[in-house]
Design a binder for this molecule. Structure first.
Ligand SMILES: *Cc1c(COP(=O)(O)O)cnc(C)c1O
Length: 362
């Protein structure tokens, strides 16, 4: 048999949230609500949908791999140079490209854990060791992360706000971390949920790029912009780092529809603001409801809440699924007693709360 690379023996398959279709079929349901993958409950920006329809006439043409208009739009929004930006087929592909461009066999990569599993996957698949710092649902200080950085460390992953806890680091904390570690360590700040953050001291990372040549900012169109199905992510960093990324980037990875929809979505501030408002209101309502049931809810800066249910967390997830509600159990993240719930529309949140009430009372 053809042997795969030995690094693959350490990998397990990515565990995604369950799909609506799966649950419909499994339990013979018609109505299923999914609050499990942090998608935008309002859908994509109507402007992005319109741009998507318009591009249908040119599906036979290759996209422009260098996506000049999308890169221009990002550069303008953040006040950075075009040469400081790269795009990818979702920010997942950007993480993958960082692995290919920077991680060598025998290196290590460090991260605050529990966190998004793709960092570990990319690290191991490139033959490096993964060092996770922190456990449980309390905030681990970045000083503890700096303490495990050594001469073999290539990338430090910081998910900010963190998936699945919703906890965040301030600009001050990130600056102190940057000052402690060598400039040879790429500091990969994953800001998939940055647009939802409301804390006054949540950092504006693009302003720090000039100061730190080893800073890498990862962003996505999948969450607040509602384009998870189209797959577009982008990153900002020092020009030398970005130029290495373009070298290993698959040439046509971000398709035409994704490019035009992303440009339209970036310009639709009404949709972004409506999503933020829906999120803030839903977050307050869900937090109050779960606290009312006696569960601990972590303070969140994202579009989801992390709730400590206890030993029966898995049972709750199963009960909800049988009743047409999908949330995310967090055993695969190392938090078997917690669940992660995407903040939905008011009626979706209310449906969830009604079901949890039934479960608690039974
Ligand atoms: C959802 C998510 C992403 C993935 O985004 P894509 O752009 O859809 O690949 C990246 N990082 C974190 C932390 C996420 O939660």
């Amino acid at each position: 048999m053809v042997e795969p690379r030995p690094e693959l023996s350490k990998l397990s398959d990515y565990v995604p949230g369950k799909s609506i279709e799966e649950i419909r079929e499994q339990f013979g349901l018609t109505e299923v609500v999914k609050l499990a993958s942090n998608e935008n409950p309002l859908g994509a920006s109507p402007k992005a949908v319109e741009a998507f329809h318009k591009i249908a006439d040119s599906l036979h043409l290759y996209p422009r791999g260098d996506a000049p208009k999308l890169i221009d739009a990002i550069a303008e929004k953040f006040g950075v140079r075009k040469s400081q930006i790269v795009i990818g087929n979702g920010s997942d592909e950007i993480i993958d490209m960082v692995g290919k461009a920077f991680i060598r066999q025998g290196d290590n990569c460090v991260a605050i854990t529990p966190t998004f599993s793709v960092y570990k996957f990319t690290t191991l698949s490139n033959g490096a060791d993964f060092i996770g710092v922190g456990a449980g649902d309390s905030k681990t200080s970045l000083a503890d992360l700096a303490a495990v950085v050594n001469e073999k460390t290539r990338v430090a992953f910081i998910c900010n706000p963190n998936n699945p806890t919703g906890l965040y680091y301030s600009e001050k904390e990130i600056r102190e971390f940057m000052a402690k570690i060598p400039a040879s360590v790429l500091v990969f700040v994953d800001e998939a949920y940055a647009e939802f953050a409301t804390a006054a001291d949540y950092p504006e990372m693009s302003k720090l790029l000039g100061e730190f040549p080893n800073l890498f900012i990862n962003r996505t169109f999948s969450k607040i912009y509602g384009l998870a199905g189209l797959r577009v992510g982008y990153a900002m960093a020092n020009e030398a780092v970005i130029s290495a990324m373009w070298k290993i980037k698959p040439p046509f990875d971000v398709n035409q529809a994704a490019q035009v929809a992303a440009i339209a979505a970036l310009g639709d501030t009404d949709h972004v603001n409506a999503t933020r408002k829906l999120n803030a209101d839903g977050c307050a309502a869900l937090t109050q409801a779960f606290e009312g049931f006696g569960f601990k809810v972590l303070p969140t800066q994202g579009n989801f809440i992390c709730v400590h249910i206890g030993e029966r967390a898995k049972e709750l997830v199963g009960f909800l699924e049988r009743n047409g509600m999908i949330i995310r159990g967090l055993a695969s993240f190392g938090l078997p007693e917690h669940v992660r719930i995407t903040i939905g529309k008011p009626e979706e949140n209310e449906f969830l709360v009604e079901l949890v009430k039934k479960w608690v009372e039974a």
